[in-house]
Design a protein around this ligand. Sequence first.
Ligand code: NAD
Length: 446
Amino acid sequence: MITKENEGITYLDPDMKEKEYPQHTLNGKTCFDAESCFLLNRKQNLHKDEKIDDTLLSYLNTCKREIIMEIPLRKDDGTLLPVKAYRVQHNNARGPFKGGIRYHQAVDLAEVRKMANLMTWKTALVDIPFGGAKGGVAVNPKELSVHEIRRLTKALVAHLGNNIGPHIDIPAPDVNTNPQIMAWIFDEYSKGHLESSPLAVVTGKPVELNGCQGRLEATGRGVAIMLRELAKLKNLDLSELKVAIQGFGNVGYYAAKIISEELGAKVVGVSNAVGAIYNADGIDVEAAKAYEHEHKDYFIGFPGAEELENRDDLLVCDCDVLIPAALANAITADVAKQTNAKIIIEAANGPTTPEANAILYDKGVFIIPSILANAGGVIVSYFEWTQNLQQYYWEYERIISELDKRMVKAFWDVVDVMEEHSIEARQAAYFIALEKVAAAALLRGF
Ligand code: NAD
């Protein structure tokens, strides 16, 4: 196991001149991630506190600790499979590190760093007392048996040792991980940690194991709340909106369900890793989910919609709202040029490439950035953590209502800053988050 302290992603260059802004930031008019948003904030003199200087920004944009593991997985057939795994802890100025664990064959250190960085700004933006972290295991879980996934998960926890804990770093579900996997994480951790609250080491657990009601739907519900609030801001009639959703897993499915059932908007297209379907009159989300489940992820033959020739055609289908809810970098420059969506809600983490971001900015597309759009999951994870620590459990209605309140507040906080400084939503979201993290870091004497 290698632990690296204070080594991480790129540093800001204090000598960077305006003319040197990368082309895809449109010469400093827009931004696409923490670093480019910080540059833009500084250029526009948005930060009143002089202590928020380039050195502090560079520190805050750097991962604090990176753990790289090689986990030996004994397969059911007796062979040995070495599996690479990562846990990157980006920042804990405002509280314990917090972030999901992803099981995916394409996971690498660079991706986990980016995702850990996003978590710090997300938890700050929605004002929950956590920092940011992310975990990734470079494996395709679809090629493993359930026993192999259990052994791998428990070995991961053993390798992480005291680097996770209820007041240190608290994992949660992400792509291809679910409540069952969170239950195994809790179980393995609890064996070596008999303190009073080992349950709070991980969130997203099954409700039967002191998980939180509403956690499963929380991220998708947060995405739907964003659409509802944006409709209020822009005076849009929800029943007139055509919504397309890339990714039909935890986040995409619940977003689709709540958007169609509770907001009354039309979900016209959905896709998964295997295929995509479209119906301009709207898709019955429950029927599509049941069909997908029954046909092992294939939509072929689904009676309620036509199957698109290409899975990625979904990204450029006729719609008003496009919701990427799968993996990073789905919205490429080509997609940005072709889409006729006026609104993009980034349910996935980092789904828009820098080049696409600049094109969408030029086209006047309203983007709700991932640190805001998908914060519902970590908000309800926070509720789960507090309930586990207090051993006092809330009812579903209270959880949903508190989630709603926090998402609404974060949305309108971003709108206020957008309007005050005439900046786009992403820059405003990073501006708010950075001020909070910087204040905590400075007060702590970093
Ligand atoms: P998931 O594993 O439950 O679902 C992922 C979905 O994306 C699946 O339907 C899969 O088939 C589909 N998919 C994969 N590649 C695709 C492609 N190229 N085209 C179309 N579909 C594709 O994962 P999830 O938990 O729903 O996470 C989705 C995204 O949301 C990720 O970016 C994740 O980081 C982010 N996110 C998740 C949570 C959470 O609470 N689960 C919280 C915040 C952010």
